[in-house]
Unconditional design. Structure first.
Length: 87
């Protein structure tokens, strides 16, 4: 876990399907946002998840599958639209 600009980042930290669903919906990404059973399987079968938190609110998720040697497939990258900004 590390912090930057008031946001906490976690690698392979605990997340719930409801947290992920909320980020999917808030980001606008096209995912099965209301299928919490499927989201649970998505979490369980990911090799790496990186999440960002603003206090208790999950605002970002990156989910990947990797061989830890050469290949890494980023299957999801979702950021709550309130936290998306370009500078």
């Amino acid at each position: 876990m590390f912090k930057a600009d008031g946001i906490t980042y976690e690698i392979n930290g605990e997340v719930t399907p409801n947290d992920v669903s909320s980020v999917f919906i808030a980001s606008g990404i096209n995912r099965p946002s209301n299928d919490v059973d499927r989201i649970q399987r998505m979490i369980e079968n990911a090799d790496i998840t990186i999440t960002a938190w603003d206090k208790e609110k999950m605002i970002d998720i990156a989910r990947a599958i990797t061989d830890y040697s050469y290949c890494c497939y980023l299957s999801d990258l979702a950021v709550d639209t309130e936290y998306q900004k370009w500078e």
